[in-house]
Design a protein around this ligand. Structure first.
Ligand SMILES: Cc1cc2nc3c(=O)[nH]c(=O)nc-3n(C[C@H](O)[C@H](O)[C@H](O)COP(=O)(O)O)c2cc1C
Length: 151
């Protein structure tokens, strides 16, 4: 096979990573995220090394994950097309801020608060292994990633 369709067949959800560095806050859409441990709960998220989020997570270990719900495509696109280096994506009406000052997406299916424990380089991405410190669900059905819908 010469195209990437077999990679797009790997099933994923759609998430938004909320981070902050000093008074700068950022939101980034990510589909390449998975659980890697249960005791304790840990996840792994792949962030392109050039992204602002990769820079922030190497300096500030605390970040949020909003598990987007079905119907939140607009939020996914708004946080997944421009870099936080150029614009403040947290100034949008669907964005909230938690007690730690981390931005998140309102009305998502679930929220997690995470702390980076290890960082690896894999090709053009940084892999952040993070412990889930807390979380809550909101009863909505999570969105499933469909590459054809976004790219
Ligand atoms: C649906 C969707 C899924 C995405 N998944 C990822 C991903 O898993 N990893 C990644 O590095 N970028 C992913 N992106 C691209 C980033 O969200 C995008 O480049 C973003 O503007 C980077 O923001 P930042 O520079 O503020 O960190 C995705 C974008 C969309 C729309």
């Amino acid at each position: 096979m010469s195209d990437n369709r077999y990679m797009n067949a790997i099933t994923q959800g759609v998430y938004v990573i909320g981070s902050k560095l000093g008074d700068k806050k950022n939101l980034m859409t990510a589909a390449w995220l998975t659980q890697i441990s249960s005791r304790p709960n840990q996840i792994l998220v792949a962030v392109a090394s050039s992204h602002y989020t990769a820079e922030i997570l190497q300096k500030e270990p605390l970040f949020s994950i909003s598990v987007l719900a079905k119907g939140q495509e607009e939020e996914a696109v708004a946080c997944g097309r421009i870099s936080g280096r150029k614009t403040d994506k947290t100034k949008q009406e669907f964005c909230g801020e938690d007690a730690d000052g981390l931005p998140y997406i309102k009305d998502a299916a679930a929220y997690l608060c995470c702390e980076v424990k290890a960082v690896f380089q894999a090709g053009d991405h940084h892999l952040f292994a993070a412990e889930v410190l807390s979380g809550e669900t909101c009863g909505r059905e999570p969105m499933r990633y469909d590459a054809d819908k976004f790219f």
